[in-house]
Ligand binder design. Structure first.
Ligand SMILES: Cc1ncc(COP(=O)(O)O)c(C=O)c1O
Length: 397
């Protein structure tokens, strides 16, 4: 007889990410997969990282292999503070907590901010990983409508939003849509949330991957003028490598203190060795030299995909034209169900992620959208894959 396990109600509500499920199918070698969300390994500075780990272990091994403080490695926190202040924020080191990837920050923030049934404002659609983290704490999602300019502040109903615990925003090259919040809307949003006394969580893993257009100020820097609270999440996953599992939170000191307590309960601290090695990599300006190369990779890939879409997709299909990041969002005519299309696509060895799981509330677009990632697919495969997908869509028009 199979043993029966008794899980907590919280665990029973846990579900696997729809994307991870699709990724299992796409492991087959012959599949051209636009489903993944992984950064391009071509951009991983392997030798530099190897030398940094070696140097830290050789010169400072006893510290690097010891427990560290929960807040994180001080020189790394100071580096982050200096970077943020150079781009218009005014923060100090006490406002920074190093985390094991920004995904951990999402979980910890859910833990310290959400009681069951609390309202939280979320872009519709939004990042699935955040929905998984917040979902554990059983909030009531209030959807914020979006269009090509990102979330729409004037569509936030003040009454519905009142007392919300926070608004979760992805201002740059949003996952899943690739859209960017315009400057006017950034200003409007920060002002509105300050007036409503609702903190903003600004999740910005892709901001440094801008390959086109003008960089926009962070919500954190804009809040200097309006007041209000912005909790900013950053990560080294997309600028160095995600396997390092290194990210950070910038927040007012009382929030950092609570996060520190929650993180202590979770993993004591982020690995000392990784923090020291990454600091060694970046301390003398490495990212300024490295990032243009990474941006070049993504620029080439996205241009290839946009060109292929122009050529292969029939009229009536829309797609976003991201200025950075790794994703592009396709909107099909309403009568084409992207879930059914995916089943047929997999038979032809093409994969993508359907739009549905990213929506937290019903939307006319939830069944006819899909996310394509161009980051890890070689150019000839992008051309081949988009051609096959275009053909399939034509057959289903
Ligand atoms: C919007 C967004 N936030 C957070 C994360 C988590 O990143 P990490 O935990 O690697 O820092 C991701 C990863 O893809 C993401 O797309």
């Amino acid at each position: 007889m199979k043993p029966e396990f008794h899980f907590a109600d919280r665990a029973i509500k846990l579900t696997s990410s729809a994307i991870r499920e699709i990724l299992k199918v796409t492991e087959k070698k012959e599949i051209i997969s636009f489903a993944g969300g992984l950064p391009s390994p071509e951009g991983f500075p392997i030798e530099i990282v190897k030398d940094a780990f070696n140097k830290v272990l050789t010169e400072n091994g006893k510290v690097a292999l010891q427990y560290g403080t929960t807040e994180g490695y001080t020189p790394l926190r100071q580096w982050i503070a200096d970077e943020m202040n150079a781009s218009g924020s005014e923060i100090n080191i006490d406002q920074i907590l190093i985390v094991s990837g920004s995904q951990q920050a999402l979980d910890l923030l859910g833990k310290i901010l959400i009681n069951e049934g609390d309202k939280i404002l979320v872009e519709n659609p939004s990042y699935l990983g955040a929905l998984q983290s917040f979902g554990l704490y059983q909030p009531k999602y209030i959807p914020v409508p979006t269009d090509d300019g990102g979330l729409i502040p004037e569509h936030i109903d003040k009454e519905t939003a009142s007392n919300a615990r926070f608004l979760y925003a992805l201002p740059n090259f949003q996952n899943p849509t690739g859209r960017t919040l315009s400057l006017e809307r950034r200003k409007e949003l920060v002002k509105l949330m300050a007036n409503l006394n609702i903190p903003i969580i600004e999740d910005d893993p892709y901001g440094e991957l801008r390959y086109k257009g003008t960089p926009q100020p962070s919500l954190l820097s804009l809040s200097k003028e309006t007041g209000g609270t912005v909790i900013r999440l950053g990560t080294f996953s997309k600028v160095l490598a995600p396997g390092l599992r290194l990210g950070y939170v910038i927040a007012p000191v009382p929030i950092i203190r609570k996060l520190v307590q929650a993180k202590q309960a979770s993993d004591l601290h982020t690995p000392t060795l990784t923090q020291m090695a990454v600091y060694e990599v970046i301390k003398d300006g490495f990212l300024q030299k490295h990032l243009p190369n990474v941006r070049d990779i993504y620029r080439t890939q996205v241009q290839c995909m946009l060109k292929a879409l122009e050529k292969e997709f029939p009229a009536g299909i829309q797609w976003t034209k991201p200025e950075g990041g790794m994703f592009l969002w396709i909107t099909l005519p309403k009568h084409i169900d992207s879930t059914k299309l995916l089943e047929k696509a997999i038979v032809r060895n093409i994969a993508f992620v359907t739009g549905k799981p990213f929506f937290i509330a019903p939307s006319p677009e939830e069944n006819c959208t899909m996310r394509l990632s161009f980051a890890t697919v070689p150019e000839e495969k992008i051309v081949q894959g988009i051609s096959l997908l275009g053909q399939l869509i034509k057959e289903n028009l």
